[in-house]
Design a binder for this molecule. Sequence first.
Ligand code: SIN
Length: 493
Amino acid sequence: MQLPTPSPERLAASDEALKSLPGYSNHAPGDKEFAVLDPSTEERIATLPSMTPQEALSEVAIADKAGRNWAKTTPRLRSDTLHNVYAVLIANQQRLAYVISREMGKPLAEAQGEVQYAADYVRWYAEELLRPAGEYRENPVGGSTILTRRAPVGLALLIAPWNFPMAMITRKIAPAIATGCASVIKPAALTPLTTLLTVELMAEAGVPRELMRVVTTADPVAFSEALLSDPRVRKISFTGSTSVGSTLMGLAAKNIVKSSMELGGNAPFIVFDDADLDRAVEGAILAKLRNGGQSCVAANRFYVQDGIADAFVEAFSKRMSEVVVGNAIAEGVGLGPVINRSAVNNFQHLVSDAIALGAELRTGGQAPEGNGYFFAPTVLDKVPIRARIANTEIFGPIAAISRFSTQEEVVSRANDTPFGLAGYVFTENLDRALNVADELETGLVGINNGVPSNPAAPFGGMKQSGLGREGSHEGLEEYQEIRYYNIARRPTV
Ligand code: SIN
């Protein structure tokens, strides 16, 4: 089957966006370089330097110096700067979206949505930072007064994933700038171009370049070891897998570096008999296919109550089968490629294993032939609990459905995992919705809502899904230290 390909106009516009990147090059990579591929075509679209740990430490020196000055600026100046950044990012929405789609593979309309989502974090922090927190307290036994204030934590190391190459950067860098911190930023080697363009635009909008130093490297281990051994680095914010997060926390322990970790998920998506069927199907499509399922909050395990299960599976499978798969920048495409070939191979194994153990394939199940890392939207019903797909973070467009009878049973199955990032509950009964949400061991819960993420909300996980929160005012605190002054008082006459 021939998948949709982009029009010459879109191809030319996206090529132009890539060529506009600072220092753009696309030659065959040498020893100290790496290539960036377009997952829709497997073609090389850029070549970047793989910076050494020594080069990264030079960036630490530049950022550390700039951060000490930035920490002394006023909230008003930092807010105005971030408002400018918001405007410049939105003015460049299409250009950024093309770069996201070409290097990461999400459809162009979704990439435009990511630019808005990413810019919204910048605007949120531009507004939020104008109310700096601090308190005046009386010593309960008298004799002194206590003042508290929030000080910038210091130089931040920001390590971003490939799945939301812009939003995961702004979600970290905006609160760092807002609180008065400098950053050294390491984008994923699979998707560094969006970061380079975002940071370039932020500099054009008035953020000092010395404050945001991007390090591109194909050797993340040496990079992290070097930076987390340097006493100037006071903060790490990482989004990625639990195993890498655990290693980074070990490295951060050496210098007691303040750590925020947004790690793996295994989200249950629970549909009760009393759910609104259309709403549940719409929510399931969003929670499963947003970003091609390549999100830490993607619905990973579908639990559907016996009374609604047949109707849900039929309607959801129909919607999944209608989604158009193709090149991320082609017109009308609803699902682009996944990130690489090994993801496609993994999906094939997961599907075959589930079917061999008795799961029923309702739609999809295969990778189309030809170039590009595509996988059809797939629904598996009656997935047995021992299937590998029921016990792993899929990170792709496959829905694994099983059925349940009682609320107690489904809560116990939903919580039977070391992860706890997101959960979803679909029911028209408010008591049930809140009771189940309270019992789920997850940092966020979508109630009749397939996309709970929001810059104004605290995003983060429980258990092995992470530490700390991003977004909201809690996200600012991740880049601050609470300090207090104890002022002795004595009576005067
Ligand atoms: C993620 O997948 O890590 C982030 C998803 C989101 O912000 O919704």
